[in-house]
Design a protein around this ligand. Structure first.
Ligand SMILES: Cc1cc2nc3c(=O)[nH]c(=O)nc-3n(C[C@H](O)[C@H](O)[C@H](O)COP(=O)(O)OP(=O)(O)OC[C@H]3O[C@@H](n4cnc5c(N)ncnc54)[C@H](O)[C@@H]3O)c2cc1C
Length: 407
């Protein structure tokens, strides 16, 4: 007999060897959350003939990707912080382009440090400007790895040691230390080395923030794209509607993209998140000349300023809307943004995951349901796979509580 515990390890579900049961009798399904997870799973299951109800506690669709036009300036605003779509997954790229025209967009980030503006990620321009040199790529590589990097650190354990080992004290302090302290609310010596996996420096002038094959911005915003995904005769959406666990009984299956610990009323404690505060201001003209300006200095209280109109370079607006972004610990009433996943939380997470594994009619999905940071393309990929697993589930091999396990 398959134990309940086995159900939550179903990250290894083999999609290829399964029987396609997409013609199974119509089921009554609930998606908790009208973000990308709920919308994409709901759409695929609606197309397979199931009846899909979607609830969201907020008064809008699209979750944290929500965009809306500023009434005064007409600027498209990324309400919960800047979102740039980038992926190597052709199926996901084709999927989003089915519902929205994507305009070419390259993310080029700048940062202030010590009273100057530099280009990010740290590249040859940044290095030459910072050290006041005119090095070629191989010279810069030798300079950083042989003269700057702290080679006395043999086995880096912390973020700080890893950064010192890769780039040395000067670049670490100018570009990594202050920003990381503000973003995570702790000293880089308290964060694991694994956060900085590779040498975070480019020895050429490529300042495109992402490496992915496809990159772009939805012409009419993410909310319009999600509205297109939700437009199906088998889908009904209820906004400003919170999910209550007792509702599970009314449905054949529930896909839950809310907080994993929230599903259980946080009774084992709260999993740690960072939240963000946005201080909005307007400007007549062009405030900073780019979409995102980071602030590396620890004494500047915000991490970055986003000027939203630069996310739509094909549009033209006189006025401008900007957000100063502040990061802090997430309280009970705050919006959870980034999962912290510190080592001492592992036990609590494990307990919630075990408990969730015993659920028969609920699958936990998305960034909150699986307590992981997920980019949009990964969210969509996992949502499409989750719908496939549901369509191919059998009595002997039922729908698991996690298609992607948090641990
Ligand atoms: C600041 C920030 C910047 C980001 N930038 C990028 C980027 O540049 N590129 C990129 O690819 N990705 C980015 N992401 C990631 C992106 O936001 C996620 O991939 C995406 O939002 C995940 O979608 P989701 O549906 O899983 O979660 P969400 O968007 O959080 O949607 C979950 C929904 O469930 C609802 N909900 C929760 N609990 C309940 C309940 N009990 N009852 C009813 N409704 C409920 C919530 O209201 C919410 O609308 C960024 C994330 C953040 C935080």
């Amino acid at each position: 007999m398959r134990g309940a515990f086995a159900r939550w390890t179903a990250g290894h579900v083999n999609l290829k060897n399964r029987v396609d049961r997409s013609n199974m009798a119509q089921k009554n399904l609930l998606m908790v959350g009208a973000g990308l997870s709920g919308a994409v799973i709901g759409r695929k299951l609606a197309e397979a003939g199931h009846k899909v109800t979607i609830v969201d506690a907020r008064d809008h669709i699209a979750g944290n990707c929500h965009t809306e036009r500023d009434a005064d300036s007409g600027v498209m605003v990324h309400v919960y912080g800047p979102h740039i779509f980038h992926t190597d997954d052709t199926e996901v790229w084709d999927y989003v382009n089915r519902f929205q025209t994507f305009m070419p967009y390259k993310n080029r980030v700048k940062t202030t440090s010590g009273g100057q503006v530099f280009s990010l990620p740290v590249n040859l321009h940044t290095i030459n400007q910072f050290f006041n040199k005119t090095m070629r790529p191989d010279e810069a590589h030798a300079f950083i790895t042989q003269e700057q990097a702290d080679t006395s650190i043999e086995d880096p354990q912390t973020f700080e040691e890893q950064a010192m080992r890769f780039v040395g004290k000067d670049l670490y302090e100018a570009f990594f230390k202050g920003y990381t302290m503000k973003q995570w609310g702790c000293h880089p010596s308290e964060l694991p080395a694994s956060i900085l996996k590779r040498l975070p420096v480019r020895f050429n002038y490529d300042d495109n923030y992402f490496f992915h094959k496809y990159q772009g911005m939805p012409e009419n915003g993410y909310t319009d794209m999600v509205a297109g995904i939700l437009e199906h005769e088998n889908i009904t959406v209820h906004l400003s509607t919170s999910f209550d666990r007792s509702q599970t009984a009314d449905y054949d299956h529930v896909f839950y993209s809310g907080q994993l610990d929230g599903y259980y009323g946080y009774d084992l404690g709260r999993l740690g998140y960072r939240t963000l505060d946005f201080e909005r201001f307007t400007y007549d003209g062009d405030y900073q000349g780019c979409a995102v300006m980071n602030y590396g200095e620890v004494d500047v209280p915000y991490t970055r300023i986003t000027e939203h109109k630069h996310f739509s370079p094909w549009e033209s607006h006189e006025g401008s809307v900007c957000y100063k972004e502040f990061s802090r610990e997430c309280g009970a009433e705050d919006i959870p943004y980034y999962p912290i996943r510190l080592m001492d939380e592992k036990d609590m997470l494990q307990d919630y995951v075990k408990r969730a594994g015993a659920e028969q009619k609920v699958t936990f999905v998305g960034r909150l349901g699986t307590y992981r940071y997920l980019d949009m393309d990964v969210t969509i990929r996992e949502a499409l796979d989750t719908a496939d697993v549901f369509l191919n589930a059998t009595e002997a091999d039922p729908m698991p509580a996690f298609v992607k396990a948090p641990l």
